[in-house]
Design a protein around this ligand. Structure first.
Ligand code: PEP
Length: 250
């Protein structure tokens, strides 16, 4: 049985005050349920304080990115060990904004995935096609390339301690959510790729959908058999909206 995961990606938003208010509102409003795990991924600079406020709650902490190197002269970077030290459990790798805006390549994402795991973190690997890819009929080609880069480098066994997020680029921050059928189709395909490498691990890997998830569409997406929760951007910045999405899981 796969446990749902609802992850909030706060991106580069908020202040110390607003981050504290948001996490307090989430903790107060959340009804913990065994079938769903809730995760927040604040900006690096807010991790320590959010972690302090999360103490005693069931909400997990994650980061939005990690350096592919372990430590040393990498100005501006943050290592997996540092994230673990802040008591992060998860880290997002290969988000489409990092691929598109910061030139992250498939091999680089694979290295981040492996470095994060070696540090003791659970990577959330983001994959997804652009609108142009989809219109060319290349959704599977792109998702295969992005997933295989990690599968080949890390091995199928690594996915026993990893999450995959299918995030069609055309749905991120646009208000255009994939239909539940579109999401299910790609999720089933992603699962089949992992199953080809290892059936048991493929069946157990949690696959999240991301791209304009909101309270109004979460339940229908989460009802699909291969959708195990969501990676939520904009809607995770509003406690009430995020809590409603969490309630839709399971
Ligand atoms: C994201 O950036 O991971 C995301 C899914 O954003 P949004 O929910 O705002 O589309």
């Amino acid at each position: 049985m796969r446990k749902y995961l609802v992850a909030g990606n706060w991106k580069m938003n908020g202040s110390r005050d607003s981050a504290a208010r948001l996490i307090n509102d989430i903790i107060q409003g959340l009804e913990p349920r065994p079938e769903a795990e809730v995760l927040v991924c604040p900006p690096f600079v807010h991790l320590a304080e959010v972690n302090r406020l999360l103490k005693g709650s069931s909400v997990a902490l994650g980061a939005q990115d990690v350096c592919a190197e372990n430590n040393g002269a990498y100005t501006g970077e943050v290592s997996g060990a540092m994230l673990l030290d802040c008591e992060c459990r998860y880290v997002i790798v290969g988000h489409s904004e990092r691929r598109a805006l910061y030139g992250e390549t498939d091999p680089m994402v694979a290295r981040k995935f492996m470095t994060a795991q070696k540090a003791g973190l659970i990577p959330i690997l983001c994959v997804g096609e652009t609108l142009a890819d989809r219109e060319r009929g290349e959704t599977h080609v792109v998702v295969t390339r992005q997933l295989k880069a990690v599968l080949d480098a890390a091995g199928a066994g690594a996915f026993a301690q990893a999450v995959v997020a299918y995030e069609p680029v055309w749905a991120i921050g646009t208000g255009h959510t994939a239909t539940p059928e579109q999401a299910q189709e790609v999720h089933a395909f992603i699962r089949s790729l992992i199953r080809t490498a290892d059936v048991k691990i493929g069946d157990a890997t949690r696959l999240l959908y991301g791209g304009s998830v909101k309270a109004a569409n979460a339940a229908e997406l989460f009802r699909m058999p291969d959708v195990d929760g969501g990676l939520v951007g904009g809607a995770s910045l509003e406690a009430r909206e995020f809590l409603a999405i969490c309630a839709a899981a399971g």
